[in-house]
Design a protein. Sequence first.
Length: 270
Amino acid sequence: MSDQFKPLSTAPTAVMDAPVTRSRNRAPNSSPQGVETVALGASQSLSDSLYRGLRASIMSVDLLPGTPISENDIARSKGVSRTPVRAAILRLADEALVEVVPKSGTFVGRIPLSALPEASIARRTLEMMIVQSAARLATSAQIDLLKANIEEQFEMVARDDISGFHEQDSIFHKSIAEIGQLPKIWKFIETIKTQIDRFRRLTLPHAGRMAQVADEHARIFAAIAAGDEEKASQEMHRHLSGLQNYFANGVAAHPQYFIQDIDLSKIPNI
């Protein structure tokens, strides 16, 4: 596994000195109006923006597991108070994407090995069902769109564009769920595959890994285009089982990126 992973290195929150005013004749169940509501909404919006930005950097491994996170530095660089930064970090901590260690600091969360087996099994099982539905329901127009996506993936491989490839990979799987008319299941899958995605991003720089994934996607596409539900399911199973081959090497190459809370070699059928 390549070890060439390098972390990449809106308006200030206003202090309200004026008295807060509220409407005396507010309709029942309506929200309060005025400065207080605007300030709260702005704070929440800022926190959401910070959360999305930090999360994207963590998921893309631009911020590697274990990287220190300074609330003060983020607040200073964005020209905001620590309050929205803290709220964003607490949300990330709830997703195990950030570790808040008392008296030590805040760090990008390491990947807990215990999160990988169940997520792998659940995702594989659901996507095998999804791809069968897609093979049964795909229209010629939808097949053309999937074909264009596959071509884009191979273009990303040729350009060695890891971020672009990962984006097209996600579009491919999401599109299959939409073709299979099961988009809500895909949304559920997205909630359970967070740590798997982070691990995948760590493996993509491995020599030949992107090309291998693109080839696997091409075989899944061919089965969908042929309307072969069983073959599509088999190819999806093979594709989503392949990542486990990188578990041992990935952990051995970068043990500092993981919380080694289980022995993956003793977990069957991942």
